[in-house]
Design a binder for this molecule. Structure first.
Ligand code: PLP
Length: 385
């Protein structure tokens, strides 16, 4: 069994994806081809924001967004302690100080009460200027934006939505990538909407930021006249080279159609089979609160603290079932932050999660039989661990 079966998806979408790839090869329009604009328009429309700017990957998307806000040295950026490294790496790389905040045990997402506490502490200390919050839609579930936004407004902080894992999620019908002042996603192959390499996108309603982001993505080009082909050789600021390849955009177009037509619904069905099969046996299962909708980047359970996770994983592996630990280490304990103020954090929930979580195989193409098999083998492994 594959952890996330990308080949199965390719087999289903092969005619459209092959045609898309050949079409880019024969057009030879490898950079900034027409598929880029088509994709950006479709994604912005789906999400319900004015602008979508594609870029090279999700990590760049975070860094570029932070740069458009001029966040850097002396600024504090609040980040969940339980996330993928980029969420904290990017603000640190811009010279800011990530302040790690604990998460909710049941949703795995930023705890709004602890967020406010952390903001108050930073303001009282006065060493850093409280500037922004990066909320993460972990495992596909949108963070608690109604509560987080209220906190951001109260303390006048910018809000970024890191929806690298969250594309397709919703809160009361409003879509992920629309909750931040700027929101980002990733098209890394294993994300809910993935391409065939690296890719990312930035979303915002703000025209001024859109302009700045488009400029930063292409070496600080002049964006004042978008029809002028020479404007990209007029460099009005320092930027970087961060573009989505035309080939990846062409691959994403049919994949996006499948995603919204049926994959999102299917993966929710598959996740539902896990929830049904695994309840009542002493595991903590992912909780989707009323009004929330997940795109299920991962199905992550919490084992009893007494269970031997390594042993359970090896039993599953012996039965042909891959499993992963997302994430094994709290951000504030990553060696990269040793000796910095980012290592100062009070995150007991994250520390417990890191010791007990286990992510199970999941994708929209898994059958009921496959999920039942994982459930059966996991129950057996739990009894013997
Ligand atoms: C994957 C991921 C990123 C980075 O995306 P890349 O495209 O791999 O650079 C950022 N944040 C989170 C939460 C992620 O899961």
């Amino acid at each position: 069994m594959q952890f996330r079966d990308l080949l199965k998806q390719y087999e289903v979408l092969k005619p459209q994806i092959d045609a898309a790839m050949v079409s880019v090869a024969t057009s030879a329009h490898f950079i900034s081809g027409p598929e880029i604009e088509e994709l950006e328009k479709k994604l912005a429309e789906y999400v319900g924001v004015r602008h979508c700017i594609t870029c090279a990957n999700g990590t760049d998307a975070i860094s570029i967004a932070l740069r458009s806000w001029k966040i850097g040295k002396g600024d504090a950026v609040f980040v969940p302690d339980f996330t993928f490294f980029s969420s904290g790496e990017c603000p640190a790389d811009e010279g800011a100080t990530p302040i790690y905040v604990d998460v909710d045990q049941h949703t795995y997402n930023l705890d709004p009460i602890k967020l406010e506490k952390a903001i108050k502490t930073v303001i009282a200390d006065g060493k850093y200027k409280a500037k922004a919050v990066i909320a993460v839609d972990l495992f596909g579930l949108p963070a608690d934006y109604p509560a987080i936004k209220a906190v951001c407004e109260k303390y006048d902080l910018l809000l970024m939505e890191d929806a690298a894992q969250g594309f397709g999620g919703k809160i009361n019908g409003k879509k992920a990538c629309s909750f931040g002042d700027i929101s980002i996603t990733s098209f890394f192959p294993a994300k809910p909407l993935g391409c065939y390499g690296d890719g990312g996108a930035i979303f915002t309603d703000n025209d001024e930021w859109e302009d700045l982001i488009r400029s930063i993505c292409v070496h600080g080009k002049d964006t004042s006249n978008r029809n002028d082909p020479n404007a990209k050789y007029n460099n009005i600021r320092l930027g970087r080279n961060s573009r989505l390849d035309t080939l990846q955009a062409a691959i994403l177009l049919p994949k996006f159609k499948a995603f919204k037509d049926y994959e999102l619904e299917e993966i929710n069905r598959v996740a539902g089979w896990y929830t049904e099969g695994l309840k009542g046996i002493g595991l903590v299962l992912p909780e989707i609160k009323d009004g929330f909708y997940s795109s299920w980047a991962q199905y992550t359970i919490q084992l009893p603290e007494t269970a031997d996770r390594t042993e359970i994983q090896s039993k599953l592996r012996a039965a042909g079932i891959p499993s992963m630990i997302y994430y094994a280490k709290p951000m504030h304990l990553q060696e990269a932050f040793a000796g910095t103020d980012s290592e100062i954090a009070d995150c007991p929930v994250t520390e417990r999660l890191c010791a007990t979580v286990l992510s199970l195989p999941l994708d929209p193409y898994k059958s009921r039989e496959e999920i039942d098999f994982v459930v059966t083998e996991l129950k057996k492994a739990l009894l013997r661990s």
